[in-house]
Design a protein around this ligand. Sequence first.
Ligand SMILES: Cc1cc2nc3c(=O)[nH]c(=O)nc-3n(C[C@H](O)[C@H](O)[C@H](O)COP(=O)(O)OP(=O)(O)OC[C@H]3O[C@@H](n4cnc5c(N)ncnc54)[C@H](O)[C@@H]3O)c2cc1C
Length: 562
Amino acid sequence: MIRDANSIPNGSRLEADVCVVGGGPAGIALALALADEGHSVLLLESGQLQEHAPTQDLYEGEVADEQLHSPPGKYRQRRLGGSSAIWGGRCMPFDPIDFETRAHIPHSGWPLSYGDLLPWYPRANALAEAGRFLYDANEALPEAGPMIAGFDSTRVLTNGLERFSCPTHFGSRYAKRLALAPTLEVLLGANCTSLQLQPDGQAVRELQVRTLQGTQFFVAARHTVLATGGLETARLLLASRDVAPQGVGNQHDVVGRYYMCHIAGNVGTLTVHGPTRNVRHGYEISPEGIYCRRRLSIAAGEQKRLGLANAVARLHFPRITDPAHRSGVLSGLFLARKMISYEYSKRLKDGAPPSAGIYARHLLNVVADPLDTTAFLAHWLAKRTLAGRKFPSVILRNRSNRFSLEVHGEQMPQAHSRVTLADSTDALGMPRLKVDWRYSRADIDSVGASLDVMAEEFERSGKARFDYNRHTLEEDLMRFGAYGGHHIGTARMGVDARSSVVNADCQVHSVRNLFVAGSAVFPTSSQANPTLTLIAMSLRLGDFLSRQLRAERSPLQMKEAA
Ligand SMILES: Cc1cc2nc3c(=O)[nH]c(=O)nc-3n(C[C@H](O)[C@H](O)[C@H](O)COP(=O)(O)OP(=O)(O)OC[C@H]3O[C@@H](n4cnc5c(N)ncnc54)[C@H](O)[C@@H]3O)c2cc1C
């Protein structure tokens, strides 16, 4: 059942086996998994089915430096489905090396391995509607040729794939299943404003829930899972101070710290020798109809040998804002950027406002390139606007075999990159969030060293050449600051309660019935986008809780039967 939280009588106390707070991909995957096992689940979702401005305003907050990180009200959606309402749908699992303790990456190492998470990835892939769990091009696209003909390297791999979700909006896609599951109830407009602990601080007693219309009630569940996204989870833990004045799970001042995004940007020029058919840089379609894309990655052994963080690069078009590319399509995008949402137009705005001359050159590009521009518009309308499974992003026809490399790199964890509570409060009286995201010289140097490996290997192969300017690399990677919607690490997982917030089962160390689902628990960020992995982690948590609930129930059932 899905109903509005205002229908709950004021002051009442609801009960459930599990209360899941937050109905994004993490919360929906978990709630459905638990309901499938017959457990009673209450899913509290702050938002509605559609965007609602006063609810979205609850996400507003402060940033230490807006050049480095977008305001927290951006790149997040407070409604059923969470940020999957606007995500790009790029899916790929983390690499085995991401879970390892790497001497060259301080604070690295998960308390679980890739193999431990692997059983849940295929189900996560299915929920994200990304087809089969095949991320090696040789297996997924057996008929297709290599990414770059003749380029063969053990240091730079080209067989890795990204697969694309529809992109699935988890709210609209799974609303019916949520509504029909007999043991599941979804409350919309239900904002969890505080976790209230038992007096000894070791278990959640109840959750305080409030609506914007003034209804207040409480939820007492055997287990509570925070699935409120990488930033909001820290906010809720820090703001719940009735028993623990420093916030829940925060005895050692770790909640909100080690905040990571990804290090990303367009860098340099890759020139592939030979005919354009030698390169696969765009989207390919797998036999089951999923858009896939190749990328370059650095082999794990090479990362260890050179002390690198994980990073990948895709073959991309030149910087859109610079009309020197002479592409009518890119200039058209630049000119239309005011009509594109903040999240998708941010990378179309760099530096000072463009001069009239720049506008004129972009306009000229559009006028001089009518065939490509018209063909692009027709393709976009048919394959993106009107299609159920959408063409993932703008790709230009390759005429010159010249590309920039679009880098997506792991950010190393550091304690002083953090979120804290601001002095200001939202409409429900909760302290707003203050984001102070930091990157380090080591993050930039690691990407630089990865690009050097790629340049060396292209040169050695004689098949391509990559040039970039090391002196402008930091500027290239930080032009738009932290990479948008990937909010990682604020309630990190680990074995030591002094340096982590949750254990390998996602349970808050000090609170036996409180769990976290989502990228907040990732101790390191990988090169990969986070959503597929956070869904897999949610499904794993679902199985863990299901076993717990069955174990808790069985003595009681045995007593009743007797
Ligand atoms: C523009 C954009 C593009 C992206 N592209 C990709 C991509 O291509 N690939 C990828 O892997 N990831 C991508 N992401 C990231 C992806 O959207 C997130 O990783 C994913 O949505 C996180 O899921 P979640 O359930 O953990 O959190 P969210 O999606 O943030 O959901 C949290 C939910 O909790 C609810 N909530 C919050 N606070 C409360 C409260 N106090 N009480 C009750 N409910 C609450 C919210 O309303 C929301 O529904 C993108 C993000 C953006 C913004």
